[in-house]
Design a protein around this ligand. Structure first.
Ligand code: ADP
Ligand code: MG
Length: 651
């Protein structure tokens, strides 16, 4: 044998307690060869566990050199130390240190998960080890469902999972009754016989008597190191799981991710109430984000639909410089020829002249004051007015100044009441008798006053027979579908300027109203998003808070994981996954809640509904993940930076 397996030279370990330094190990020189069975004995507080932890790379020496197979450990980083623990050492603790939430199988498999052993192989080996230790009937039992001796056997199986070339057992029988203690010792002897190096800490001389070498420690120094005569059974070779290689890294990281996921799940459901409270902030945040954006979108669509109904795609041209211009009444330059010219424009679907006046309507003994509009046959198309009954007037009606009229729904009711068919009836408009040929359908939207009375006669009739007015009040232009209203408005302006030579008109486009609505809803959405973001941040802080508590609470678990070979990155990943999972779960609940609100909303409000978009749902999922990562980071980092020894000492 060229290199000793484990070689300590001048190892010291000091602890600082307050402002005093305490030397737990003083200048220890020790060599242990492969295949030895060593018992370390000594009084309580003599430094046995400290020595053991340094041997197992769980703790570090403050001075001296420790070589494993000739490799100096002093300069290794955390990751390399974790890999050494994982691949060479198997720890057995006095208090078993099993993870309480996991089955015996899962506890045993843990070192292999961190080593990246594929699942089938892992299962098979764990099952085989447990069977060999007489636990085949307890594979799915939790630690709390097992006796002390059984738990210790599970922890022995765990120590052997990755091969366990060096078994480090710190008072393995200390917490067991005599029978179970003997059983555990028998197993350790068998392992030694099978070629494992076994290092055993005990204060019981009877236990130590099983070893071939006994080292006595007192006050941090080696008092004696002597051979112990006893029978050594023949060695038989034991299969050792191959060490992890670079090629297995991918399998390893996938396995670890799955493990992190499983563990997160276990942690979440074993603290349901706390998980729920942790999620509450996220749930409220996500619910408000999703439902507010759905309400906003729904309201916007409702308003825009109404605007579209009156014709967002229309442009009105008036005389004067703007609404309220006192001189506009004197401007008489807007003429039917303008409307005709506009009709020729490519962008224009239709254009109609409009003149209007309040006049008296009379049918039998009923008088009504109504707005009488002279328009072209295109007007109904321009305004998108549908007919309830009858027909609109035609171009030929216009040409011969026919005395025909289309009345609106309200006028029909006021003039004729129920039971009289208005079509074909003659009414007086001013002094002009006109035949009712059509009734316009009621226009239900938020912009039209439902009480106003409107009737429409051909423009020519109005101009020639009713008003005696040759100029127009306005021209209404309907924009061809799909044309940008801004461009069309510019073109209309250009044409009108050309025809009039001077800007004695102005245009008004409902598109600007629509844009205002959109702009308003955008800034409203921004404001609401801000509130939502604030609530999400508050939720995130809640998650961070609980995660920090959880890390503190699970310090021992983290220590155990590190002892069986978890690297810092593995621990960090586990807690990050947990944080993200809490947030995603909260997000999912939030989204469902929003849909529930949407459903309730639809029960009570009929006019419009909340509109959920895939975008807002995706945003919610993205936000949840982000919050999990951002606010899970600090707790996860704290967890990964724990010192395994201190973590294990915690209860
Ligand atoms: P043993 O296992 O032999 O009972 P330990 O190795 O656990 O003894 O401890 C040896 C001495 O080192 C004890 O006096 C103990 O108080 C001290 N010690 C151990 N760990 C720490 C620590 N993390 N901080 C301070 N003192 C410690
Ligand atoms: Mg101890």
């Amino acid at each position: 044998m060229t290199e000793p397996l484990l070689q300590l030279t001048g190892i010291s370990r000091s602890f600082t307690a307050g402002d005093r330094e305490f030397l737990a190990l003083k200048n220890i020189d020790l060599t242990i060869n492969a295949g030895e069975m060593v018992a370390i004995i000594g009084a309580s507080g003599s430094g046995k566990s400290t020595l053991m932890n340094i041997l197992g790379c769980l703790d570090y020496a403050t001075a001296g050199s420790y070589r494993i197979n000739g490799r100096e450990t002093r300069d290794l980083d955390n990751q390399a130390l974790a890999e050494l623990r994982r691949d060479y050492f198997g720890f057995i603790f006095q208090r078993y240190h099993l993870l309480p939430h996991l089955s015996a199988m899962h506890n045993v498999e843990m070192p292999a998960i961190y080593a990246g052993t594929p699942e089938p192989q892992r299962h098979a080996r764990a099952r085989e080890l447990l069977a060999r230790l007489g636990l085949e009937g307890h594979l799915t039992h939790r630690p709390s469902q097992l006796s002390g001796g059984q738990q210790q056997r599970v922890s022995i199986a765990r120590a052997l999972m990755n091969g366990g070339e060096v078994i480090l057992a710190d008072e393995p029988t200390g917490a067991l009754d005599t029978t179970s203690g003997k059983e555990v010792m028998r197993i350790l002897l068998e392992l030694h016989a099978a070629g494992h190096t076994v290092i055993l800490v005990t204060h019981d001389p009877k236990v130590a008597a099983n070893a071939e070498r006994i080292i006595e420690v007192s006050d941090g120094e080696i008092l004696s190191d002597r051979r112990n005569e006893r029978d050594i059974t023949a060695l038989n070779n034991e299969d050792v799981v191959p060490k992890s290689t670079a090629a297995r890294r991918l399998v390893a990281s996938l396995g670890l991710f799955k493990e992190a996921f499983n563990m997160a799940w276990v942690a979440l459901i074993s603290h349901r109430m706390r998980t729920l409270l942790t999620m509450l902030g996220i749930v409220i945040g996500i619910t408000s984000v999703v439902s507010i954006s759905a309400i906003g979108e729904g309201a916007k669509r409702y308003v825009l639909k109404d605007i579209q109904a009156i014709g967002s795609n229309t442009i009105d041209i008036y005389s004067g410089t703007s609404f309220g211009d006192s001189r506009s009444a004197a401007i008489e330059t807007l003429v039917p020829a303008d409307a005709a010219a506009l009709n020729q424009l490519y962008y224009v679907d239709s254009a109609t002249p409009v003149v209007g006046r309040n006049l008296l309507l009379r049918y039998r003994n009923i008088d009504l004051d109504a707005q009488v509009n002279g328009v072209s046959d295109l007007y109904f198309q321009v305004r998108g007015i549908k007919m309830e009954s009858g027909i609109q007037f035609s171009e030929s009606d216009a040409r011969r100044q026919a005395q025909v009229v289309v009345i609106d729904h309200n006028t029909r009711h006021r003039l004729f009441g129920e039971g009289v068919d208005p079509l074909g009836q003659v009414i007086l408009i001013g002094n002009l008798p006109c035949t009712v040929i059509g009734v316009a359908a009621e226009n239900k939207n938020i912009f039209s006053s439902s009480k106003s009375l409107n009737v429409w006669v051909p423009y020519e009739t109005a101009a020639g027979r009713l008003l005696g007015q040759r100029y127009l009040d306005s021209i209404s232009v309907r924009i061809k579908d799909g044309q940008p209203s801004k461009v069309v408005e510019d073109n209309v302006n250009k044409l009108m300027l050309q025809r009039h030579g001077t800007k004695d008109f102005f245009t008004n486009n409902l598109d600007s109203v629509m844009q205002t609505v959109q702009k308003t809803s955008r800034s409203l959405a921004l404001l609401l998003s801000l509130i939502a973001v604030i609530s999400l941040v508050v939720g995130g802080i809640g998650v961070m808070n609980i995660m920090l508590v959880s890390v503190t609470e699970r310090t021992r678990e983290i220590g155990i994981r590190m002892a069986v070979g978890a690297r810092q990155s593995d621990i960090r990943q586990q807690f990050l996954v947990e944080a993200v999972m809490v947030c995603l779960l909260g997000g999912a609940i939030g989204i469902s809640l929003s849909y529930a609100i949407g459903y309730l909303f639809s029960l009570f409000i009929k006019e419009w509904e909340m509109v959920f978009s895939l975008g807002s749902v995706l945003t919610a999922v993205f936000c949840s993940t982000l919050i999990g990562i951002v606010f899970g980071f600090v707790p996860a980092r704290n967890a990964s930076r724990l010192d395994p020894i201190e973590a294990l000492a915690r209860d």
